[in-house]
Design a protein. Structure first.
Length: 495
């Protein structure tokens, strides 16, 4: 089965279907309540067949400046917006997205080559994220404090209220172009903060379609802007002091560089890692294999919490490895628009070449290839390596591709040490039915989340999500993002 661009139309499973009406092919950028075209046309191509599926525009510095000014003009209005209005706005967005769920999913599938089954799941999660934000908008943080813990506080009391931090700069990646953008937009609306979002220039169309829904709500014009930008213009989101919070999801190299350049603003970074899985003797092997196949290869492993390193207790290693490799070979490869497709091309050929290079380096350094490993254009197959070591890129770095390393371990403590090796710490999965092992994993794993009897790719959208070490700074998850978007102020008065 070939995936080279010149052969896409001859592929036996490829059937071109016009999924977007002609009137929808062009998406204007959204500047603080106004839709606009610019002189910089941006063509968006389907990574599967390299066909142009839509057009939009890059915002210039003048466009960003206008968005900032419009955001400033509504800061006070947003801060005073009643909870019921924010609730109604967020609920309206969720309902409208649900009404257009299929259209959103098809658009997301086409711009990102994400298999349709996963694109539908992402839109459903984005709808849920707006629904959660609607609920959280009704219970923003506040507290009452007794101050008479010392004599100087006698007959005094404190009331702590949280106020919107100001304009938020959001930068979202290509791999979850809708839901990761929504994890910035929805909390900002709930917190009463204006937000300017830069979507990935590879996958901006689904968020620009979302702008059309946002524009129809009662939200003050200027509260939200969605601007595809080049790197030079986009970096002003990082360096401009009028932004009070930068929330970025992307690579560690870019994220930590942004933090250095961000000045005095608050920074939240979601940066990914090389997530690990531990499989113990007490695990249900059949269930574990099925979950690890999805956790390792869904969306070609282009997931920051993709199950990259799997450590299996040596007594069940051979059994697990045999079942896992057999399942990996049965993964359905094809056109992402087809509902039964499990895996398709990566976002582009250069990333597939990078993955190929890392795998070949590992093999040359002694790793054993158990399945996969043969690239075809932008397609890289589900690949399993063993006999690896922690200095190899496929272990030490975030591969962001459909590659798994599979290794045995002797003791549970040894497995915990394997997970903790290296510079990342986002999430980890532990398959066990032993309560002591569950507790030991929670206490000792150096990660932001420990997932029992599921893969590290598990996430629901109201849980705190983020990592430690090089995996990031701060937490997302609607309530936790709202906390970052607000500042506490205390009123001290006599009782």
């Amino acid at each position: 089965m070939k995936f080279h661009k010149r052969e896409a139309f001859r592929s036996p499973f490829y059937i071109f279907v016009s999924l977007i009406p002609d009137t929808m092919h062009k998406f204007q950028i959204y500047i603080g309540g106004n839709f606009k075209e610019t002189q910089s046309l941006l063509e968006i191509k389907n990574p599967f067949n390299n066909e142009v599926i839509g057009q939009t525009f890059l915002a210039a510095q003048d466009d960003l400046e206008l968005a900032i000014q419009r955001a400033q003009s509504v800061e006070n209005k947003l801060a005073l917006l009643p909870s019921y209005v924010k609730y109604e706005v967020l609920t309206q967005i969720a309902i409208s997205m649900k009404d257009e769920k299929e259209e959103f999913a098809k658009l997301l599938c086409l711009e990102s080559a994400k298999p349709m089954k996963y694109a539908l799941g992402e839109i459903e999660r984005a709808i849920q994220t707006f629904t959660i934000a609607a609920e959280e908008s009704k219970r923003l943080p506040k507290e009452y404090i007794d101050l008479d813990w010392t004599p100087s506080g006698l007959k005094k009391e404190g009331i702590v209220k949280y106020f919107p931090i100001g304009i938020v700069a959001g930068i979202a990646p290509f791999n979850f172009p809708m839901n990761l953008a929504v994890h910035k937009i929805a909390p900002a609306i709930a917190a009463g903060c204006p937000i300017i979002l830069k979507p990935s220039s590879r996958t901006p169309l689904s968020t620009l379609k979302l702008a059309r829904i946002i524009d129809k709500t009662e939200l003050p014009k200027g509260a939200v802007s969605i601007l595809p930008m080049d790197r030079t213009t986009g970096n002003l989101l990082v360096t401009d002091d009028r932004f009070k919070l930068l929330t970025f999801t992307g690579s560690p190299e870019v994220g930590w560089k942004m933090k250095k350049e961000a000045g005095k603003k608050k920074v939240v970074l979601e940066l990914g890692g090389n997530a690990g899985v531990i499989v113990t003797e007490s695990a249900d092997i059949d269930m574990t294999v099925k979950k690890c196949i999805v956790g390792g290869f869904a969306y070609s492993g282009q997931v920051c919490i993709h199950a990259q390193r799997i450590y299996v207790q040596e007594n069940v290693f051979e059994k697990f490895a045999e079942k896992f490799i057999n399942e990996a070979k049965r993964i359905k490869v094809g056109n992402p628009i087809e509902l039964d497709t499990d895996i398709s091309v990566m976002i582009d050929e250069s990333n597939a070449i990078r993955v190929e290079t890392w795998v070949n380096e590992a093999i040359n350094d002694g790793a054993k290839l158990l399945t996969g490993g043969k690239r075809e254009g932008a397609y890289y197959p589900p690949t399993v390596l063993s006999q690896t070591h922690n200095k190899m890129k496929v272990c030490a770095l975030e591969i962001f591709g459909p590659v798994i390393t599979l290794e045995p371990y002797q003791t549970f403590e040894e497995a915990l040490g394997f997970i903790n090796e290296g510079k990342f710490g986002l999430q980890a999965g532990v398959f066990t039915n032993n309560i002591e092992e569950m507790n030991a994993a929670f206490l000792n794993l150096e990660v932001g989340g420990v997932i029992i009897n599921d893969v590290p790719a598990f996430r629901v959208d109201h849980m705190p999500y983020g990592g430690i070490k090089d995996s990031g700074l701060g937490r997302e998850g609607v309530k936790y993002a709202i906390f970052d978007m607000m500042e506490p102020k205390i009123l001290v008065k006599n009782q």
